[in-house]
Ligand binder design. Structure first.
Ligand SMILES: O=P(O)(O)OC[C@H]1O[C@H](OP(=O)(O)OP(=O)(O)O)[C@H](O)[C@@H]1O
Ligand SMILES: NC(=O)CC[C@H](N)C(=O)O
Ligand SMILES: [Mg+2]
Length: 482
């Protein structure tokens, strides 16, 4: 796959796309951390499947940093031999879904920079809205970039600020005065692990602990995987620095009033793993709630409620619990295919759904089915599976969607197809129902989103076109054509 753009890889053909996963760890007792980074990244694989990488360093002695990155899944890029040769008590890792800059090995993260203060490794989840301007400014002042991603602009700023700052966390803080947009960062410096979340908290980041080892991870599911306990979330705007000398030190100078936060609501709807908790809210619980609201607001009589695997399942259970209609399984998902895979050509892309999902005929034949999915983007999935259910003998197919109609672009890290390709663009719900061929169709009401996440402030720009920051004035997608 190396060197190919995303269209050739086939992962822009349908669906929504994931976010990157970041992970950092520091063992204060000096133990080797490479294998824990590996298992942490495996747990964050759902957030990005294009490339991945790990950098580990020794905080003692020569402070050598070893880096390995490659295209593909974590278990494809790392072998036991590679991991055995990575030594160090501090480390950082990344799973990438590209949002700015093409999907190539050169653009894989973490980014590792050698500069006057030693080696710096940076892993970024999110998308900057002012990266092109900042990059131009730096280039005119003589900077030479190794990659085409926005994340290098962040790494460069931190390294540059570090020269005139007392500490790496202070350098991160100075860099945060310049960068705008979505970022959850894990930064490894020679003797500190630093985490930072942008003031709006678009993307998640949490802190964990296992014995005398401290961890930063995009999602709490990664902490469970490595046997660590959840300590707390990094707050929107907060910088945390972790070192044996000072423990966990927090800088909240970039924090905004709590109600200004703008967490991406799609983390709860689709991106995050259901076993994660983000900012005190269970992802699974929020999906169950969304399903319950669908049952309250848009009820329909039927025999069976089914979810579209994976991310539609929890909302289907919520619908069933609220309505009393039995919950069942209608689809079998091929678990060896990721969210990203080499799909059939665009001309016959519908069949890519059949590669992923097949119908359990005996479960649906002769039944009135309520089918729940978390989102309809282009409509490829829904259109195909409604037909698949009917072909399998379902007498009625009612579709319920556990998010509002997807209508606007996202500048903060969700990869949305061009507007004309969104099924909800210029169509009423009734038009969409006809296109996908369902007997009835209803979406989650916009006002239910707040209840779904227990009143936490969030960004729902993709449904409303209203964003917490002004949209960028120039193309921020980097060097590839979508
Ligand atoms: O309308 P469409 O363009 O087809 O996109 C919508 C589908 O894409 C996502 O699923 P995806 O297959 O990406 O992953 P999942 O298995 O994790 O739900 C989402 O959950 C919907 O099912
Ligand atoms: N999905 C992400 O968080 C991507 C991070 C960064 N913008 C990149 O393209 O590598
Ligand atoms: Mg899906």
């Amino acid at each position: 796959m190396e060197g190919k753009n995303r269209m050739e890889q086939g992962n822009v053909l349908d669906g929504l796309h994931e976010e990157c996963g970041v992970f950092g760890i520091y063992d204060f007792d000096g133990g080797n951390v490479a294998s824990s980074v590996y298992y942490g990244l495996l747990a964050l694989q759902h957030r990005g499947q294009e490339s991945c990488g790990i950098a580990v360093g020794d905080t003692d002695g020569p402070r050598k940093v070893t880096t390995h990155k490659g295209m593909g899944l974590v278990n494809e890029v790392f072998t036991p031999e590679i991991l055995e040769n990575m030594h160090g008590d501090i480390g950082v890792g990344h799973t990438r879904y590209s949002t700015a800059g093409s999907s190539t090995r050169e653009n894989a993260q973490p980014l590792v920079l050698n500069y006057i203060k030693g080696t710096l490794a940076v892993a970024h989840n999110g998308n900057l809205i002012n990266a092109p301007q900042l990059r131009r400014e730096l280039e005119y002042s003589g900077a030479i970039f190794q990659t085409t991603i926005d994340s290098e602009v962040i790494a460069y700023h931190i390294a540059r600020e570090r020269v005139n700052s007392a500490s790496v966390e202070e350098a991160v803080s100075h860099a945060m005065n310049k960068i705008q947009g979505a970022y959850s960062l894990v930064v490894m410096s020679p003797r500190k692990l630093v985490g930072a979340r942008d003031p709006y908290g678009f993307r998640p980041l949490c802190i964990g602990k296992r014995d005398n080892t401290y961890i930063l991870a995009s999602e709490s599911c990664a902490l469970q995987t490595i046997g660590a306990e959840f300590v707390r979330d990094v707050e929107p705007g907060e910088i945390v620095s972790i070192s044996p000398k000072y423990g966990i030190v927090s800088d909240k100078s970039h924090c905004l009033p709590k109600e200004k936060a703008a967490r991406c609501i799609f983390e709860y709807i689709y991106f995050a793993r259901p076993d994660s908790h983000i900012d005190g809210v269970s992802v699974y619980g929020s999906r169950i709630e969304a399903g319950k609201y669908l049952a309250m607001d848009s009820p329909v009589d039927a025999d069976l409620v089914v979810g579209v695997p994976e991310s539609g399942n929890a909302a289907a259970l919520g619908y069933s619990l609220q309505s009393g209609i039995p919950y069942g399984t209608a689809f079998v998902k091929n678990s060896y295919i990721g969210r990203t895979f080499i799909k059939p050509k665009q001309s016959n892309r519908e069949s890519s759904v059949q590669v992923k999902l097949s119908v359990l005929k005996e479960a649906v034949a002769g039944k009135r089915i309520i089918m729940i999915d978390d989102s309809i983007v282009r409509g490829t999935t829904s259109d195909r599976i409604v037909k698949m259910l009917r072909d399998a003998g379902a007498t009625e197919v009612h579709m319920r969607v556990s998010s509002p109609p997807f209508l606007y672009p996202c500048y903060f890290g969700t990869d949305v197809p061009a507007r004309e390709q969104l099924i909800a663009y210029n169509r009423t719900v009734e038009d969409i129902r006809q296109v996908i061929g369902a007997d009835s169709l209803a979406y989650l009401k916009l006002e239910r989103l707040s209840d779904m996440v227990g009143g936490l402030p969030y960004c729902s720009g993709c449904f409303t076109g209203k964003y917490p920051l002004d949209p960028p004035t120039e193309d921020i997608r980097g060097d590839y054509d979508k």
